[in-house]
Structures are given as structure tokens and as C-alpha cells.
Design a protein around this ligand. Structure first.
Ligand SMILES: *Cc1c(COP(=O)(O)O)cnc(C)c1O
Length: 478
């Protein structure tokens, strides 16, 4: 597609928006300018293609389509059927999955849908059969009571938040930590790596119905064959949440035992992180679990976002190209370069490195909390987020870590050299930041003092790199 076509399409769209609410058009322009000018290292963010973004802005947004393809609770869904079928077909072929469900609106929706699907399949099904109940409508009130008891007494084992897990993996304040009896596995205190033997021991003791694998902040690959062995040994369903690393699976960087799809019963994901699609979620499953996942609506979800399903189809189509595989490999190579850049400058990394798209820097050696480091970096135009490190002495709010990810800047064309410079700039900022004090003069975990002139110097250096690798090159708004 030509640059001028994209430029005029967006310029005209903004004019239409401005005719109704100019402040929204202005904020939209400003967001592009801000994204172009910032060194975005947030590991969960990316830049979707103009084709993906444009697909979201259509009248598919207006259509209700509760139900499944060919079986809708609304009339006139023939085009939504086309869209959903294509998105699911691309997802199945991209990931080599038996079944794909593309309706979840987000990663959290995908997980909630998966949990209820697994419960429906594992608990509701056999329980009903054992009780000789053929139809839910035949259940007496007493049976319902028993069913509720059975559903509500199940166990979930997931990776702990401070080891890199996600809040939907059984974290107490999340509904997943309330609907299940939950337990967590962590990482080895010495190496920071997943300890499969310790996990097996915990699984044997706890006997979960669901074993959840996957992470948001663990900088290493996971062996899903081992995970499946552990799940099988204790009779658990293996659910893998690949929200963060779906792009590395799609791009064939994670293959063999590092590819969750052949090993998991159910795989959940987002489409907007390393996979570089629209903001949304999806689920892959084996034939065995497909019928219960297919009931995501009405079990958990309402009307699907048809315009986003359309954009998922476009993004999955993009991810099936050799170009995307090249991109995914660069994401991993660049993370290596970023990690090496930190290590050669004496910084400390959780697990001592990375082999995915995440680098987790332990900022305690700079005498800073994650909160102080995050704010100082932001002052210098470096956008990251603070993150707990294993057994974090500063807790989940202040933290001791900064999480970096390579997917977004790799989309802009950054390579190994630029990522080495990124490490240099980050170490420069943090070496020139001191922990601050509160109003009473006592040490504070939030305030900090950034050396004079540092922010300007770093901003200038990163602007040079950003100018060389423009975001949406050729997109000029009139
Ligand atoms: C980001 C993430 C989610 C949640 O995705 P949302 O679309 O923000 O709801 C779920 N699980 C993991 C592992 C994630 O990293």
C-alpha cells in the first residue's frame, strides 16, 4: 500500500472526527506524535500495522453477533461469520492448533473463558454423567447445590506474581484467586530459573485441576513438554497463557518443546503484544476441549467485537508471512543484545540474562527502587515499567526491578547496535540518579534526584535513533 494512501486516509478520518469533537482528533494526533518521540520499551506493547488499525475502524463495530459461526442469536450475521471463520482458520494454521476461538475481548477475558471452559469440561461434565443427569434442566435444587460445591472447590496452580506470573494465574486480589483454591510455584532462589522438580513436588502435593504455565515478566523460555508431564502425572489440565510471547511462537522462534501448542490442552493469548495485532484475546484448544471453549458466549462473554475479530484475521495473516518470522527472530536477537549491553556495563539481571523478548533489570545495585528508576527513566524519555523481582524486598508497589521488552522498537527497525545503545542510555540515567527523601528528610522509596542535564542529554541521544527509525514511516498527517 502506498504511503500517500495511508496518509490521506488518516488525515481525512481525523477531519471527520474533528467535525464532531475536535479535542478527540487533537488527542489522536498528539498520541501519534508522542509515540513517535518516545523510546518505548514496555514489554507488552507494540505497533500494529496500518492495515490492522484500519480494519478496526469500520461498521463491523455496529453488529451484534452473540453465539458461534452459523449459530447466532441475531439475524444478519453472514459477514461476521466470514470474519470469525477466517480469523479462526488463520489462527489454527498459524499455530498448528486443532481449534481456535477468537471472540475474547482481551487476555483476561480469554483466561476467564478458559477457566470456565475447563471447569465445564472437567467438573460439570463427568459430575453430571456420574449423577445420571443428561440435561442441566433436569437438575433439582439439591443437585444444583452439589454442582456449585463441586465447581467452587477446584484447585489452580500458577506461577507466582513476583516470579513473573500474571495476576489472572491465581493471584489473590484477582477473581482467579477467589474462584479457585490457589497455590503458586516460583523460581529457584539462586538462579531465578523455573525449578521443574520443585514444581512437580508442589503439584503432587496440591493436586491442581488446572496447571497454568506462562508469564508476563519471566525472561526465559519454558519447556512445555515438561509442564505437560507434570500436569499428566497429577491429572491436571495444562493451560498455557502465551499472552506475552505469542509472537515468538507464531514467528517460529519457540519451536519443539518451547512451543506450547502441541503440549497444552488449552492455550490462551492476547493478540496485541509480541504478536502485533489488534487489542484482544483468543484461545486455542484440542478437539477435546473445543466444545466447552466454544461456549465462551454465553458462559462468560457477550457480543463479540466483530471489528476486532476482523483485525485479528488481518494480523494473523501478517504473522503467517516470512517477514513476520524475521521480525520475531530479531525481537529475540535484540533482547540478547540489550541484556549483553547491561551485563558488560556491570548491571544485574534477573536470571543473569534472557532468551525471550524480556530483560528484567535489578536496579537495587544502583541504590534505587523500581519506582524511582521508572520515573527517572521517564524524565529522560525512556518508557518502561517497574516490576517485582523474585522475593522483592520493596514489595509489589515500589519493586526493585525494571522490565524491558524489545517487540515495539524492533517493529521500528531497531537492531542489535541500537539496543546496545539503549542499555548504555539506561545505565547512564540510573548511574546519575540518587534516591531521594521525603518532606521530613527521611529516605523515600518514591522520590529521586536526577543529575543536572542528564534528561536532556539522553533525550537528544534517543531522538537521533528514533529519527533514523521512524514509526509508521511515510504516514504524514495533513
Ligand atoms: C497481558 C497479559 C494478560 C492480560 O491481557 P489483557 O488484554 O490486558 O487483559 C493475561 N495474561 C498474561 C500472561 C499477560 O501477560
Amino acid at each position: 500500500m502506498t504511503d500517500s494512501l495511508i496518509s490521506s486516509a488518516y488525515s481525512q478520518a481525523l477531519e471527520v472526527i474533528a467535525s464532531v469533537e475536535p479535542r478527540i482528533a487533537e488527542a489522536t494526533r498528539q498520541e501519534l506524535a508522542d509515540q513517535r518521540a518516545s523510546l518505548k520499551l514496555i514489554a507488552s506493547e507494540n505497533y500494529a500495522s496500518p492495515a490492522v488499525l484500519m480494519t478496526m475502524g469500520t461498521w463491523f463495530s455496529d453488529k451484534y453477533a452473540e453465539g458461534t459461526v452459523g449459530h447466532r442469536f441475531y439475524a444478519g450475521c453472514q459477514n461476521v461469520d466470514t470474519v470469525e471463520s477466517l480469523a479462526a482458520e488463520h489462527a489454527r494454521e498459524l499455530f498448528g492448533a486443532e481449534y481456535a476461538y477468537v471472540q475474547p475481548h482481551s487476555g483476561i477475558d480469554a483466561n476467564l473463558t478458559a477457566y470456565w471452559s475447563i471447569l465445564a469440561h472437567r467438573v460439570e461434565g463427568p459430575w453430571l454423567t456420574d449423577a445420571g443427569v443428561k440435561n442441566m434442566n433436569d437438575l433439582s435444587e439439591a443437585d444444583w447445590e452439589k454442582l456449585r460445591g463441586a465447581l467452587g472447590n477446584q484447585r489452580l496452580l500458577g506461577m507466582s506474581l513476583d516470579a513473573g506470573g500474571h495476576l489472572t494465574h491465581g493471584f489473590r486480589p484477582n477473581i482467579s484467586g477467589k474462584m479457585f483454591h490457589q497455590n503458586q510455584y516460583g523460581t529457584d532462589p539462586e538462579t531465578g530459573l523455573l525449578d521443574y522438580d520443585a514444581l512437580l513436588r508442589k503439584a503432587r502435593e496440591f493436586k491442581p485441576l488446572i496447571l497454568v504455565a506462562g508469564y508476563s515478566a519471566y525472561p526465559r523460555r519454558v519447556n512445555f513438554a515438561k509442564m505437560r508431564e507434570i500436569a499428566d502425572e497429577v491429572g491436571a489440565t495444562l493451560m498455557v497463557d502465551m499472552a506475552h510471547f505469542a509472537g515468538l511462537v507464531a514467528g517460529k522462534v519457540f519451536t519443539g518443546e518451547e512451543d506450547p501448542v502441541p503440549y497444552a490442552h488449552v492455550v490462551t493469548s492476547t493478540s496485541h503484544k509480541s504478536l502485533r495485532g489488534p487489542r484482544g484475546g483468543f484461545i486455542l484448544a484440542t478437539e477435546e476441549y473445543a466444545p466447552s471453549v466454544d461456549r465462551g458466549c454465553p458462559m462468560v462473554l457477550g457480543g463479540p467485537l466483530s471489528h476486532v475479530m476482523a483485525a485479528k484475521a488481518v494480523a494473523f495473516a501478517e504473522a503467517r508471512t516470512p517477514e513476520f518470522q524475521g521480525y520475531a527472530q530479531k525481537v529475540a536477537d535484540n533482547a540478547q543484545s540489550l541484556a549483553e549491553g547491561f551485563l558488560t556495563r556491570g548491571a544485574k539481571l534477573v536470571t543473569g540474562g534472557t532468551d525471550n523478548h524480556i530483560v528484567l533489570l535489578d536496579v537495587s545495585s544502583f541504590g534505587l527502587t523500581g519506582r524511582q528508576a521508572e520515573s527517572a527513566l521517564l524524565d529522560a524519555g525512556v518508557v518502561t515499567n517497574r516490576n517485582s523481582v523474585p522475593s522483592d524486598p520493596n514489595g509489589a508497589w515500589y519493586t526493585s526491578g525494571i522490565r524491558f521488552g524489545t517487540p515495539a522498537l524492533t517493529t521500528r527497525g531497531f537492531g542489535r547496535e541500537e539496543f546496545d545503545t539503549v542499555a548504555e542510555l539506561v545505565v547512564d540515567v540510573l548511574s546519575n540518579t540518587e534516591a531521594g527523601t521525603n518532606k521530613a528528610g527521611a529516605p523515600s522509596k518514591a522520590t529521586y534526584v536526577l543529575g543536572d542535564g542528564v534528561a536532556d542529554r539522553i533525550t537528544k541521544q534517543s531522538a537521533e535513533m528514533l529519527d533514523k527509525h521512524p514509526l509508521y514511516p511515510g504516514l504524514n498527517l495533513s
